[in-house]
Write a protein that binds this ligand. Structure first.
Ligand code: FE2
Ligand code: FE2
Length: 492
C-alpha cells in the first residue's frame, strides 16, 4: 500500500464491526444508508452512529477521510502506517480488503481487543444480570479503549464501599491489603471525629501520615527523646507520626474533623492498634501500682474495654494544652504537622498544578512522600512513572480515568470518583485524565522519603533525536514539539 492509494471495499465481506455497520457497508452506497437506518430500531441506528464516530476518532490522527468514505465504502490510505498489516477483519472494519493481518493505529493487537472489534451485536451486548447504577460508574470497564490489552490485578478500590465502624464520637473505615491485594505499601483509613470526639491515646508499628479533609482537630504526640507536641490541624494540613510514637486526635468545634490516614504498610489496620486502655486493663493491679507509684485502688474505675473512639469534652484553648504538656527536654526538632495547602506549587501550568511534600520540606516525613495534584478540565497528568516506589492514590474531587501500562504488554484503564483509591506498582507507566468538567484533585502517596518520577516526554527529548525518530517513525519536527521539561500536567 502506498501513500495516496485509493481503496474500495468489497460489499458483503466480513467485518469486525457490529452487524448494523456491516449492514450499512453491504448497502454499498451512501444513498441507501437512510433506507438501512429506517429498517433498524432506534437503538441499532444509534449504535451505527456511535461506531462511525469511533472509527472517525481513530482515523482522525491518520488524516483518513472517513465520514463519507466509510459510508460510501471508500477511503484513502495516506501512508503505509495508516493501515498496518494486521487482522483481515480489522482492516475490513476500516473499509479495507486484502490480506491485512495485524492491527491498526489505536487498535494495535492481534487478536484485536476492544468493542470496536466486535463483529456483531451479540458479541457486544450484555444480556446477563446487571446493576446499571454501579456499572455506570465504570465506563472504561464497560467499554475499555481498544489500546487496553490483556489484564492486570485490579488497581481500583474505594472508601465508598468500605464498611464504617461507628462509635459515639465518630467513625472510621479502611481499605487494607486484605481488601485490596495490590496495595502492598499503603493501607488507607478514612476517619471522622465529632466535635470533641477523641481517637484514644495509642501507637502502632507503622508510620501514620494524614491529611485533614474537613474541619479541625488537635493532635498530641511525644517523640522518643521525650519532647511533646500538641497542635491544631486545619483542612489541607498534614501530620506524620513516626512508627512507635504515641499520639491522639480530637475533633474540634464547631464541625469536628474528617481526615485521611495512610499507614506505610498495606497490612496495617486502624482497628487493631496498641491502645492505652487495652494495656492498662490487661496489666495486674499491683504492677500498675508499682509502675506509677500510686495505690492499686486508684485504678479501680478504669475501662475494661478499649475506647478507640469516644465522645470527649471541649479541650479548651491550644495555648493551655501547650503549657500543660511542656517538657524540660523542649520541643521536637521538627514539627509533626505541615501545611500543604499553604505550599507554593512545585509546578503550575494550564493543565493544573502539583504540590509536593516529602522529607525535604516536611522533614519528619521519612517514609511517606506526597504530591497533591490538581488537573484542570480537559487536562491530563502526563505519561510517567515512579522509579522509587509504588503510588497509592486518593481521589478528592472531580472525575478521573487512569490507564496503567505493564510488561506483556498489558494496559488497563479504570475510572475514579471522589473517595476512590488507585494503585500503581513501582515503575509501571501511567497517566491520569480529567474526564469531568470541574477540577480533578487527587493525592499521590509513596512509601519513600522523597518524591521521584520519570517523564516520558522529558526522556524522549533528552536522547539523541535519531534514536527516537527511528523507534517511532515520527519526524524530527514532531519530536521537537514534545515538552522537554517534565511538564507533569498537559497542556503546558
Ligand atoms: Fe494512629
Ligand atoms: Fe504517578
Amino acid at each position: 500500500m502506498t501513500d495516496g492509494q485509493q481503496i474500495r471495499c468489497a460489499a458483503g465481506s466480513q467485518s469486525l464491526l457490529p452487524e448494523p455497520i456491516a449492514l450499512v457497508r453491504r448497502c454499498d452506497c451512501v444513498s441507501r444508508f437512510a433506507d438501512c437506518v429506517s429498517l433498524e430500531i432506534t437503538r441499532r441506528a444509534l449504535e451505527i452512529l456511535r461506531r462511525a464516530r469511533e472509527i472517525a476518532r481513530i482515523a482522525a490522527p491518520l488524516k483518513l477521510t472517513v465520514s463519507k468514505s466509510i459510508l460510501g465504502c471508500t477511503m484513502t490510505a495516506i501512508s503505509r502506517r495508516n493501515i498496518l498489516v494486521g487482522a483481515a477483519a480489522s482492516a475490513a472494519a476500516l473499509g479495507v480488503v486484502g490480506s491485512a493481518t495485524a492491527g491498526t493505529f489505536g487498535n494495535p493487537d492481534s487478536p484485536p481487543e476492544g468493542r470496536i472489534n466486535g463483529k456483531n451485536r451479540t458479541s457486544l451486548d450484555d444480556p446477563g444480570p446487571q446493576n446499571p447504577t454501579l456499572a455506570g460508574q465504570f465506563p472504561s470497564f464497560q467499554d475499555p479503549p481498544a489500546t487496553d490489552v490483556n489484564g492486570m490485578p485490579l488497581f481500583w478500590a474505594s472508601f465508598n464501599n468500605a464498611h464504617k465502624r461507628f462509635q459515639n464520637g465518630g467513625w472510621a473505615r479502611e481499605v487494607t491489603q486484605v481488601d485490596f491485594a495490590i496495595s502492598e505499601d499503603i493501607a488507607g483509613v478514612n476517619m471522622r471525629l465529632s466535635e470533641n470526639g477523641i481517637r484514644e491515646l495509642h501507637w502502632h508499628q507503622q508510620a501514620e501520615w494524614a491529611i485533614m479533609l474537613d474541619g479541625k482537630c488537635r493532635i498530641t504526640i511525644i517523640d522518643e527523646v521525650g519532647r511533646p507536641q500538641v497542635a491544631d490541624v486545619k483542612t489541607g494540613d498534614l501530620w506524620y507520626f513516626p512508627p512507635g510514637l504515641p499520639h491522639s486526635l480530637q475533633g474540634l468545634g464547631p464541625t469536628g474533623a474528617e481526615f485521611l490516614l495512610a499507614f506505610d504498610n498495606g497490612k496495617s489496620t486502624e482497628f487493631n492498634t496498641l491502645m492505652l486502655t487495652d494495656w492498662i486493663a490487661h496489666t495486674p493491679p499491683d504492677v500498675l501500682a508499682r509502675n506509677f507509684g500510686v495505690p492499686a485502688d486508684a485504678f479501680k474505675n478504669i475501662p475494661l474495654d478499649q475506647r478507640w473512639i469516644f465522645q470527649g469534652t471541649d479541650p479548651g484553648p491550644l495555648a493551655a494544652d501547650e503549657r500543660a504538656v511542656k517538657s524540660a527536654k523542649g520541643v521536637p526538632a521538627h514539627p509533626f504537622v505541615f501545611s500543604l495547602s499553604d505550599l507554593q506549587p512545585t509546578r503550575q501550568n494550564k493543565g493544573g498544578m502539583v504540590q509536593i511534600a516529602d522529607s525535604r520540606n516536611f522533614n519528619v516525613s521519612k517514609t511517606v512522600a506526597v504530591a497533591m495534584v490538581t488537573v484542570k478540565p480537559g487536562g491530563m497528568r502526563e505519561l510517567h512513572w515512579h522509579p522509587n516506589a509504588d503510588e497509592w492514590q486518593y481521589y478528592i474531587k472531580g472525575r478521573a480515568r487512569m490507564t496503567v501500562f505493564d510488561t506483556g504488554p498489558r494496559a488497563q484503564t479504570a475510572d475514579f470518583r471522589p473517595g476512590d483509591i488507585g494503585y500503581v506498582k513501582k515503575s509501571l507507566g501511567h497517566y491520569v485524565q480529567n474526564t469531568g468538567d470541574t477540577d480533578l484533585v487527587f493525592l499521590e502517596l509513596f512509601k519513600s522519603d522523597h518524591y521521584a518520577e520519570v517523564s516520558l516526554s522529558e526522556w524522549l527529548t533528552h536522547v539523541p533525536p535519531e534514536l527516537v525518530t527511528q523507534h517511532l517513525n515520527i519526524s524530527r519536527e514532531t519530536l521537537a514539539r514534545f515538552p522537554n521539561t517534565a511538564p507533569d500536567l498537559m497542556p503546558i
